[in-house]
Design a protein around this ligand. Structure first.
Ligand code: NOJ
Length: 746
């Protein structure tokens, strides 16, 4: 079908400026009255057409239910939006078809622009490790600038699903386990994608997904059911969605999972009561791919007719690819099951966004050949990708300051299956450009900066190899060099949608390869490339230096080389806890203490732990080293006790005590010592990323207000309760440097 579009004669008349422009000024009231006028002309079928979304030819994430003749359907006004159509030519050709429909309502083009469009940025979980909101916002801004220049109006991002389960393949697409960090990142991404607002030609609509609780899929199995208390839902899983909404997110996507027995797509509590009710969301909700129809295998609806009925009642406005709306909504209206007012509301929400985007003024305003050519792959975008990539890297271990590599290093052995990884470097949700773009592998990045240092390469094994046949060559390479840099991990397609893993240890014989290389006695630096926290205990305990690089995008190799050669001092902190082994999952830092708390470093003795392992994770949330060291001192609270209306000022001195300039993410955690219901042992409430020159110190200030002391009680009211609070300032959730308590009086 997609190829067919290519054959459509194209109108190549250039009518647009190549710079970002805003649409004609039009007030919200004028938009509403235009919608009313238009809807008065629409037949029921045309209205239902607006609720229908088809995929183009890149059907990547689910079965296409019926290829049919999409072009004719567009001309017949049966389609309101298409996904997986991109590029000037294709979007323009389809929009021309839409302009042949009776009412000439423009199509919306959506695409998964998750971490970059043409220039690929680090996977979102990696970016979260930067704890740098400016950098994350910039990444989304660049992606939106490129995507919109390529005819796209709408990205299915950000994914703001909190997750405590690294087996779940989609953790790579989110911001990790914490609601506060996740909320900050949700906001940064939405504002990045939407720029100065819908109507500017370099803005794309954000789509906040997956509403809701998808990240808690049982057993980490994708698409699986979710069962959780409403208090947990409100306290942990909903805040990033709310933050995205407050940042102006134009659309939401619902999710595949059931929540406490009800599919999210058919869930009125989520979509009507919370999102469109309590939160007053005026945008529209798109279903996830086929999720309306999936209510049948869920066992919730008997057939797609019933599924359409449930979905429209529950507030799902647009049907992505299940064809339940286009096939059944008219009959549901005629049979008196669905009130036309429900359809009108959904249509109005979708048309509103088309007006806000300026598509009724000029349906082709995003399909602009000159703009596309000029915008994609700009050097400044590549530079931005390199910058974010460097910031996303987490230094896990650096014994005896092995890193950065000494200037006098004469030779480096580059060993491991991922040294030359290129397409993997882009990560799972990158947009496919059929090898048109240059991706910098670790090997190339190291080569470019090697100067007189000799590089030797040996693969040693592939990612999932079970054979050690090539170890000998790798050992020889290691023996010939001053220092060894190893690149191991998962392939990029081992995380992402439908990529859950039961075993998250380093795959194949990779850890054996590390042991063999370490046995040469050469200093070994291990780089782990992955889309999730992995388990690599032997490496963690024996190898002197470990760097977690995730998948860093097109500039990955350059960014890693910057860190290894010391051009950039790593500053990333883990946004997700790393378990010691799968049996500890879910393991997260903000757990409840229990009545029998286990010691961190001891196996259980009638306490809440294990008899065969400590409960401690391998690496804690918020952890990450720098080439320099930071000293925390002089903690002061403006008062020891406060009323709800007060603000408590917390200040301390942060000093760079090492040799290198560097950034520290200073983290503030609180514990509500006694509360009903009980509160976690620690919760992140604020952080600051601070750059310090050697010997420089700064006073850091945080402000604590009532909101930071509040939580959802068992009536789901947002309350604070008087009593003692512990305050922790530190470099990681398990690396507290300063501590004090204060009292909330009322
Ligand atoms: C299914 C995924 O769950 C969702 O995140 C994505 O946006 C859609 N497919 C469209 O590709």
């Amino acid at each position: 079908m997609f190829k067919k579009f290519l054959l459509i004669p194209l109108l190549l008349i250039e009518t647009h400026q190549v710079i970002s422009q805003s649409k004609k000024q039009i007030s919200p009231e004028q938009i509403e009255s235009k919608i009313t006028d238009l809807m008065a002309k629409m037949t029921l079928d045309e209205k239902i057409g607006q609720l229908n979304q088809y995929s183009g030819d890149w059907e990547v994430t689910g079965p296409v239910t019926n290829k049919g003749n999409k072009l004719q359907d567009v001309k017949d006004g049966k389609i309101g939006s298409m996904l997986n159509i991109r590029g000037y030519e294709h979007t323009r050709a389809l929009q021309e078809a839409a302009m042949q429909s009776r009412l000439k309502i423009p199509l919306l083009f959506g695409q998964d622009v998750i971490h970059g469009y043409r220039v690929t940025f680090p996977i979102p979980l990696a970016e979260a490790a930067s704890w740098d909101m400016t950098a994350i916002q910039k990444s989304a801004r660049v992606a939106a600038t490129e995507a919109s220049a390529s005819g796209i109006h709408w990205t299915f991002a950000p994914m703001v699903d909190l997750s405590r389960d690294p087996r779940w393949g989609r953790v790579m697409e989110g911001a990790g386990e914490d609601p506060y960090l996740g909320s900050m990142i949700a906001k940064a991404r939405v504002t990045g994608f939407q720029g100065e607002g819908l109507g500017h030609t370099d803005a794309v609509m954000a789509c906040v997904k997956h509403f809701a609780a998808y990240g808690a899929a049982i057993g980490g199995r994708d698409y699986n059911s979710v069962d959780m208390s409403l208090q947990t839902l409100w306290q942990y899983y909903l805040p990033p969605f709310k933050a995205a909404l407050d940042a102006g997110a134009a659309t939401f996507m619902n999710s595949f999972n059931t929540l406490n027995g009800i599919p999210a797509t058919g869930n009125s509590y989520l979509q009507r009561d919370i999102l469109k009710g309590k939160w007053n969301f005026t945008g529209f909700v798109v279903s996830d791919w086929g999720s309306i129809g999936e209510m049948v295998p869920h066992g919730y609806a008997a057939n797609n007719y019933e599924a359409a009925d449930f979905a429209i009642h529950a507030g799902s406005d647009m049907d992505m690819e299940s064809r339940s709306y286009i096939n059944h909504l008219a009959a549901l209206v005629h049979n008196g099951k669905v009130n036309i007012a429900l359809i009108d509301d959904a249509v109005r929400r979708i048309l509103r966004k088309k007006y806000e985007l300026g598509l009724f003024d000029d349906p082709y305003r995003f399909s602009n050949a000159a703009c596309e050519k000029k915008t994609l792959n700009k050097p400044e975008f590549q530079e931005a990708a390199r910058d974010v990539a460097r910031k996303s890297i987490v230094l896990l271990k650096n014994q005896n300051q092995l890193l950065p590599l000494a200037k006098q290093t004469k030779s480096i052995a580059l060993i491991g299956p991922l040294v030359k990884a290129e397409s993997d470097m882009k990560g799972f949700w990158s947009v496919e450009w059929q090898n048109q773009d240059h991706i910098v592998s670790l090997f190339e990045g190291m080569q470019k900066q090697a100067g007189n240092t000799k590089l030797v390469y040996a693969q040693g094994c592939d990612v999932t190899d079970t054979s050690k046949a090539n170890f000998a060559e790798a050992i020889k390479a290691a023996q010939s060099a001053d220092v060894v840099v190893m690149a191991v991990g998962e392939r990029a397609n081992m995380s992402g949608e439908s990529k859950s893993r039961a075993n998250i240890h380093l795959p194949g014989v990779q850890e054996d390869l590390i042991k063999a290389i370490q046995a040469t006695g050469k200093p070994v630096i291990v780089l782990v490339m992955a889309g999730r926290p992995l388990v690599f205990n032997w490496t963690a305990d024996h190898v002197p230096a470990i760097v977690y690089t995730w998948w860093l995008g097109s500039e990955g190799g350059n960014a890693i080389a910057d860190v290894l050669y010391g051009k950039y001092n790593p500053s990333g902190k883990l946004p997700m806890t790393f378990p010691q082994t799968e049996g500890q999952i879910p393991v997260y830092y903000n757990y409840l203490n229990t009545g029998r708390p286990a010691q961190d470093n001891a196996v259980s003795n009638y306490s809440s732990g294990y008899i065969d392992l400590t409960k401690k994770p391998k690496y804690a949330f918020g952890y990450g080293l720098s080439y320099t060291t930071f000293e925390y001192s002089n903690l002061k609270l403006s008062q020891d006790s406060l009323h709800n209306s007060d603000q408590l000022k917390v200040s301390f001195t942060l000093k760079n005590t090492g040799k290198y300039a560097g950034e520290e993410v200073a983290q503030l955690y609180l514990r509500d010592v006694v509360a009903q219901p009980v509160r976690p042992v620690k919760e992140l409430k604020d952080f600051q990323k601070v750059m310090l020159q050697p010997n420089e110190s700064k006073t850091i200030t945080f402000v604590i207000n009532k909101d930071k002391l509040s939580f959802y009680n068992d009536n789901l009211d947002w309350v604070s309760q008087p009593g003692m609070f512990d305050l922790f300032i530190g470099s990681a959730s398990d690396d507290v440097r300063l501590q004090k308590s204060f009292k909330l009086i009322d």
